[in-house]
Design a protein around this ligand. Structure first.
Ligand SMILES: [Zn+2]
Length: 354
């Protein structure tokens, strides 16, 4: 399946003859009969579980819009509200594009002008700190998510697009919005200044990213270790509130962290009680963001004692881990595996144990 987002429309196509169609469409170039390289701006995901957070909304929409049952090269596009795009004046870059403001306007506690000022100041601060780097062609859009407070789309491709969680506009102050804007701009600047391969042990908040972000975020400068856990990760406040409502207890002795693969092959995890309990767990996708958030729900000392167990209900394929482990052992186990998805989990979790 091919899904694309040009900043205006989302498109999805299911190709029965994928590789030939991808070549015809100019997405890949064959360098030999069996090898190909991706054109700039094209990302390839072997499995749904590997799709990066910033593409997940697009991908989930595309999965419904295009199916194997539809004929070759069927495309679908999102219809746009006539007021969906507007240009907003901005220092240094002339203007930026505001996308989907009509959807958030009614509930936002901040006006479009206030947002324009926040973005304009962020652009100015970044240029000063990062050697004149400017996000020319910037698009700012909005998303709804219980997780990411901000998203940077395909950083490094030169298409500067960031998205802000609608919750930021309804419930957070201007400083919080500014920090998310700076953070997402930093993702673009970091990948553009020193491009890198996204699959080999990729850590989005690497030391270079953090060193750049500290230059523009005064609050972070006072506490640089927080870089890894900044606001575009899962909103732990929301998780804590919903966990408390369900009565879930996060303590090492009262439950097991079960890791498995769902029938549709997604990695998943759940925190389940040992023995009879008033709380009922539910599966959630096992991503580096979720795994990190799960570990953070425990008191720091307790994290070392959390027992990770395999999902024995999955009989088709032996699931990781092969036997019960303590959380730090499980992290080491993931590191030992060659699979990039597991390494991303492990790399994120190591911070929790430091
Ligand atoms: Zn980030």
């Amino acid at each position: 399946m091919v899904a694309s987002n040009d900043g205006v429309e989302w498109r999805a196509a299911w190709h029965l003859d994928f590789y030939r169609q991808a070549e015809v469409a100019g997405l890949i170039t064959f360098t030999s009969p069996t090898r190909y390289k991706l054109q700039p701006g094209v990302m390839a995901f072997a499995r749904e579980a590997y799709v990066h957070e910033e593409y997940r909304n697009l991908f989930e929409w595309a999965r419904k819009a295009a199916t194997p049952q539809t004929p070759n090269v069927v495309t679908a596009s999102r219809s746009l509200h006539p007021d969906a795009l507007r240009d907003v004046p901005c220092p240094l870059i002339g203007r930026f594009r505001l996308s989907g403001w009509h959807r958030v306007e009614k509930t936002s506690a901040h006006t479009a002008n206030a947002l324009a000022q926040i973005v304009g100041e962020a652009v100015t601060v970044c240029a000063k700190a990062w050697g004149g780097w400017r996000p020319d062609g910037l698009t700012v859009s909005f998303h709804r998510s219980r997780k990411a407070m901000g998203l940077a789309y395909a950083p490094g491709n030169g298409d500067r697009r960031i998205s802000l969680n609608e919750t930021l506009l309804t419930s957070y102050d201007a400083l919080s919005i500014a920090r998310v804007v700076l953070h997402e701009l930093c993702h673009h600047a970091r990948e553009e200044q020193q491009p890198r391969e996204r699959f080999k042990g990729y850590i989005s908040h690497d030391p270079l990213f953090c060193s750049m972000l500290v230059l523009v975020d005064a609050e972070l400068a006072a506490n640089p270790k927080r870089c890894q856990f900044f606001v575009d990760e899962q909103d732990d406040g929301v998780v804590a509130a919903s966990s408390a409502a369900k009565g879930i207890v996060y303590a090492a002795g009262v439950g097991l962290l079960r890791i498995g693969v769902s029938p549709n092959r997604k990695m998943r995890m759940r925190w389940e009680p040992i023995g009879a309990s008033k709380w009922r767990p539910s599966w959630e996708p096992l991503t580096s963001v979720n795994f990190l958030s799960m570990l953070r729900r425990f008191a720091p000392d307790d994290r070392y004692e959390v027992t990770v167990v395999p999902d024995i209900s999955d009989t088709r394929k032996p699931m990781f881990p092969p036997h019960d482990m303590k959380a730090p052992e499980f992290v080491e186990y993931m590191y030992a595996l060659s699979d990039p998805a597991y390494k991303r989990l492990a790399a994120a979790a190591v911070e929790v144990f430091e």
